[in-house]
Ligand binder design. Structure first.
Ligand code: TYD
Ligand code: MG
Length: 395
């Protein structure tokens, strides 16, 4: 039985950071509990301090990791020193909650949950029991007062024992902050969101003075791409509502093992193996006994069939040791008979390819009669992977 109240619109507080709002589904939902997880040093505290400076509502920032001096230094570096956020350096939950009651903010940030301690649980800070207890105390308060709580959780490379995994079912939204330590870009991804989709990603660049939003990630993901090198092809995937182009690299070599070795990073392993088999049987490439290493540059996860054709071409290019033209890209799903199949949102993907400056795009022949071709882009319609390889890697 629902009442009229139940259908009331959920109220969202705009974070003021468009890439973050995008991932959250339009803003921070009042009274919701958000877990922001990521490896130490990835930029969680930086993002949240920038958030404090952008928010137009009362915020209480609880830090259990840094002193006021350290926080001030970061805030100055970010140009966020002037924000009227209330900063509390505290690890004791009782003190945190009594200060919270005194201030009654609209948003509370707890950085990090692993440093917090509640006398209602046993164990040291960071233990499963403590992390759970502190989180549930925070959730109880959030729901009672309609205050949004953002909880920071560190994870290590292995996923972390008392880390965010044990909290995921307790909170409303789980955001993972990821990135490659050797690069400056960072991706925020929702793995759970009770108030929005989990398709969207937010992209940032870590600069000297904080995180800069990247509204058009393709350029960044393609920067530094090797031109005229064998074994690479650019794919276009939909990250939520936004087309994003990313480079797939393949290295194929005759195996010296009994069973060929295959690894993938950023591409589904089984899907890649299937495409190797299709290339062998339908593409005329003798790669059954070849090792294959696949890597998607930029930490993107290309879980979309539309990237199949680009993977196939990257593999074929490596196998033949012949580069593709660097202004050619490919969009299409590959079926078991080697046929190239149509994909969703082709129009948007083509527009992105044209915007980035690609001159030619291979697309499926079937089902693409009505698409409008953007100015400056030539499309080549292919029926199957043989035709695609013949065009992209002529002998
Ligand atoms: P931080 O936000 O402290 O990470 P986390 O809270 O996830 O542990 O970010 C730390 C790293 O980010 C550190 O290596 C320095 C770098 N950084 C910048 O490059 N630019 C900046 O403006 C700031 C504040 C940090
Ligand atoms: Mg931190």
């Amino acid at each position: 039985v629902f009442s009229d109240d139940d259908s009331a619109e959920i109220e969202r507080i705009k974070s003021g950071i468009a890439e973050l709002d995008r991932v959250l589904g339009g803003g921070i939902v009042e009274g919701s509990v958000i877990l922001l997880a990521g490896e130490p040093g990835i930029g969680k505290s930086t993002l949240l301090m920038q958030l404090c400076a952008h928010l137009g509502v009362s915020v209480m920032y609880v830090s259990g990791e840094e002193s006021r001096g350290q926080l001030k230094m970061r805030a100055d570096r970010l140009g966020a020193g002037g924000s009227d956020t209330l900063v509390l350096c505290e690890t004791d939950m009782e003190s945190v909650l009594s200060e919270y009651d005194r201030v009654s903010p609209k948003i509370m940030i707890v950085d990090s949950v692993q440093t917090m301690y509640s006398s209602s649980a046993t164990g040291a800070p960071g233990s499963v029991g403590q992390v759970r207890e502190c989180t549930s105390e925070l959730i109880a308060r959030a729901k009672q007062d309609n205050c949004a709580v953002i909880i920071v959780g560190h994870v290590n490379k292995e996923g972390g024992i008392a880390g965010p995994k044990v909290l995921e079912h307790m909170v409303d939204a789980v955001l993972y902050f990821e990135g490659d330590r050797s690069h400056t870009y960072r991706i925020v991804r929702a793995v759970k969101n009770r108030f929005g989709s989990t398709n969207e990603i937010g992209v940032f660049d870590m600069m000297e003075d904080g995180l800069r939003e990247v509204p058009n990630p393709s350029e960044m993901l393609l920067s530094g791409r090797p031109l005229h090198a064998p074994g690479t092809c650019v794919a276009c995937v939909m990250e939520g509502s936004r087309p994003v182009m990313a480079e797939i690299q393949a290295l194929v070599a005759r195996t010296s093992f009994n069973v060929p070795r295959r690894t993938t990073d950023g591409f589904d392993f089984n899907r890649a193996n299937l495409l190797f088999a299709v290339l062998e049987k339908r593409g005329g490439l003798n790669i059954g006994m070849c090792d294959g290493y696949i890597n998607v540059i930029g930490g993107l996860q290309l879980n979309e069939p539309a990237a199949d054709l680009a993977l196939v071409l990257a593999v074929a290019s490596s196998y033949r040791d012949k580069p593709m033209d660097s202004d050619v890209t490919a969009i299409g799903e590959v079926g078991l008979t080697g046929e190239v199949r149509s994909v969703l949102a082709l129009q948007q993907r083509l527009a992105e390819a044209a915007r980035i400056g690609f001159k030619t795009c291979l697309i499926p022949r079937h089902g693409t009669g009505n698409v409008q071709i953007p100015d400056g882009l030539e499309v080549v319609r292919v029926r199957n992977i043989r035709e695609a390889i013949e065009f992209a890697l002529p002998v």
